[in-house]
Design a protein around this ligand. Structure first.
Ligand code: FAD
Length: 506
């Protein structure tokens, strides 16, 4: 990049973004819309980060996210640029949405169709109609309050954050009740509570210790539906990248940035893989926040402080993921199925406090080709299996006890027991990513799949903010900063970081 940018941190200062994950792409779009020159440096050959794509022998797999919800977030991103998202991404509804299975033979099928949902819930809890209606009413209020007043605000102090709410509104959020307890206000069935509470895994906590406000996750999915972009979730990445290019964002792929240079106590630029320095007055890092702080910033004191903060962070779990090209049908499996264990509480305990696969081996299986047949050769199916595992002990250390073969066999046994036998001879292609692969490919701290957890004191103003207070010119975007993890949140994060950069210009 031209050197005349050096030292200019003012109103029109250009911006370097490290990483083309969803947060990086969103920040790039918003910063271009704010009139900034933007260059994105991405380590891999293509954008997407965790939301990348694997193609093998006619099969197309999304590497990570597969459950796309809150479509309005993405629509607003395109609308901010004066575009209609439908011209870039075709969304297909996935309904019925997620199915849950338990080893005791219980099954629950979620749907955004209310009468259908009520029927499914009533099979597990006869007479639950008033409870379900009350749940929807209560969670809708929480959802609206959260998105109107909390989630998308750059608030630096708890007072500024919660101060946006009236006392009565704050009480509604159930911040001090557990998620499992909150669900218990509406449902008696342990199966319903376990299903709706299982989203806690993505947030990095068990429903027995996450705050009750997270009932909005299940609600959001039920109320706003689940969607699949044409071509898989990666279709969304492609649409966002196209929009960014049209707006004039400059991309450099295959460039694993070595460092964020610091001079006179402020950001000085981006150190490229070959050691050369591209001067930039403003750098937005889409690399996981603890990795940015402990590995990228070229300042010993900043890194030491970052290491201290990182050590205290509670992270979401890591994952082992299988991508199988399966000849023939997926048996009794729909698009999304979550296989829960008998000992639900114990499995969460193992996930966050153990050092090996959680007991009962819960896992999630996605057969996206059930919704979009073009994702697999004719008569075949692409299956993605996600097994949550504890995070790696620390950056640089080895695997947790993660015997891939044993896990594969356990998954196949459970699938067979649940009416979806996948004989190994039918698995025509296989790719496996271990926690270490996730860490090394995308710079994920401790191999944590979803970033910092969403415990009460890692939310809102307590979460890593989207600007480095001790290093002018450094900003963060993505799952590790505000508002948090998941595709919609990281896209919102791009908007919030761009707002922050612009608000700091003088
Ligand atoms: C297995 C899995 C399943 C998931 N399922 C869902 C789901 O169903 N629904 C949902 O909403 N969310 C899901 N998520 C979460 C979602 O994928 C993430 O929250 C989101 O994609 C993170 O985006 P991000 O902006 O933080 O960037 P990331 O995806 O982390 O991207 C960061 C980018 O920075 C690049 N990078 C790193 N280091 C460097 C460097 N030194 N130089 C240059 N570039 C660098 C990386 O290559 C990467 O492209 C899932 C995540 C995983 C891992």
């Amino acid at each position: 990049m031209p050197t005349h940018f050096r030292g200019s941190r003012g109103a029109a200062a250009p911006v370097a973004i490290i990483g083309a994950g969803l947060g990086g792409l969103s920040a790039a779009i918003h910063l271009r819309l704010a009139g900034r020159d933007v260059r994105v440096y991405e380590a891999n050959a293509a954008p997407g980060g965790r939301a990348s794509r694997i193609t093998q022998e006619g099969y197309t797999f999304d590497t990570g996210p597969s459950l796309l919800n809150y479509p309005w977030v993405f629509e607003r991103l395109f609308a901010a640029a004066g575009r209609d998202m439908a011209d870039y991404v075709t969304l297909t509804p996935v309904d019925p949405s997620v199915a849950f299975r338990w080893p005791d033979g219980t099954a629950l099928q979620l749907s955004s169709d209310y009468p259908r949902l009520l029927e499914a819930f009533s099979r597990l809890e006869p007479g639950c109609g008033p409870g379900l209606a009350a749940f929807f009413q209560d969670a809708r209020a929480k959802y609206d309050l959260s998105f109107d007043k909390l989630v998308t605000r750059n608030a630096d102090s708890p007072w500024a954050w919660l101060g946006a709410l009236r006392l009565r509104e704050a009480a509604k959020l159930s911040l001090w009740r557990t998620l499992y307890g909150e669900l218990g206000r509406f449902f008696h069935s342990r199966h319903i509570r376990e299903a709706l509470g299982s989203y806690g895994m993505y947030l990095g906590g068990s429903p027995f210790d996450l705050p009750g406000i997270f009932s909005i996750l299940a609600y959001g999915e039920l109320a706003h539906g689940l969607w699949l972009p044409k071509g898989g979730v990666y279709g969304l990445v492609e649409g966002m990248t196209q929009l960014a290019r049209e707006l004039g964002v400059d991309f450099v792929f295959g460039e694993r940035v070595q460092g964020i240079a610091v001079k006179d106590g402020a950001v000085a630029g981006v150190r490229r893989a070959d050691g050369t320095l591209d001067p930039w007055p403003v750098v937005v890092s889409n690399v996981d926040t603890p990795t940015t702080d402990t590995v990228l910033v070229e300042d010993a004191a900043f890194r030491a402080a970052g290491a201290e903060r990182a050590e205290k962070l509670r992270m979401t779990p890591s994952v082992l993921t299988f991508y199988w090209g399966v000849e023939g049908g997926p048996g009794a499996l729909g698009h999304h199925t979550i296989f829960l264990p008998n000992d639900y509480r114990g499995a969460f305990e193992d996930l966050f406090h153990g050092d090996g696969p959680p007991r009962g081996l819960p896992f999630y299986a996605s057969v996206a080709s059930e919704t979009d047949p073009d994702l697999a050769p004719r008569g075949c199916h692409g299956m993605f299996v996600l097994v949550p595992l504890p995070v790696l002990p620390a950056m640089g250390n080895g695997e947790p006890a993660c015997p891939v073969e044993v896990i594969r066999e356990t998954v196949l046994e459970r699938l067979a027991a649940e009416g979806a036998p996948i004989e190994p001879s039918r698995i025509a292609t296989e790719t496996v990513w271990t926690p270490r692969d996730w860490r090394d490919r995308f710079g994920l701290y401790r191999g944590s799949a979803f970033g910092a957890a969403h415990t009460l004191f890692q939310m809102g103003p307590w979460r890593t903010p989207n600007h480095a207070r001790a290093l002018p010119g450094l900003y963060y975007v993505g799952a590790g900063t505000t508002p948090g993890t998941g595709m919609p949140m990281t896209v919102l994060s791009g908007m919030m970081t761009a707002e922050r950069v612009v608000s700091h210009a003088c």
